[in-house]
Write a protein that binds this ligand. Structure first.
Ligand SMILES: [Zn+2]
Length: 52
């Protein structure tokens, strides 16, 4: 489970693995794309580079 800011909810929402639409390895870490049940979309960076 993870939480992120949903632009449609305009607040943080709790999401699970079922809401992940894509995972991309990038230079800055791993980008996780997600879709909220309301249809809002977003992404966040995880992995080593995200932990400072
Ligand atoms: Zn939402």
């Amino acid at each position: 489970m993870f939480s992120d800011h949903c632009p449609t909810h305009r607040r943080r929402v709790l999401l699970g693995p079922d809401h992940i639409t894509g995972i991309h390895n990038g230079r800055n870490g791993i980008r996780v794309d997600w879709r909220c049940p309301c249809g809002g979309r977003g992404s966040f960076i995880t992995g080593r580079a995200a932990r400072r």
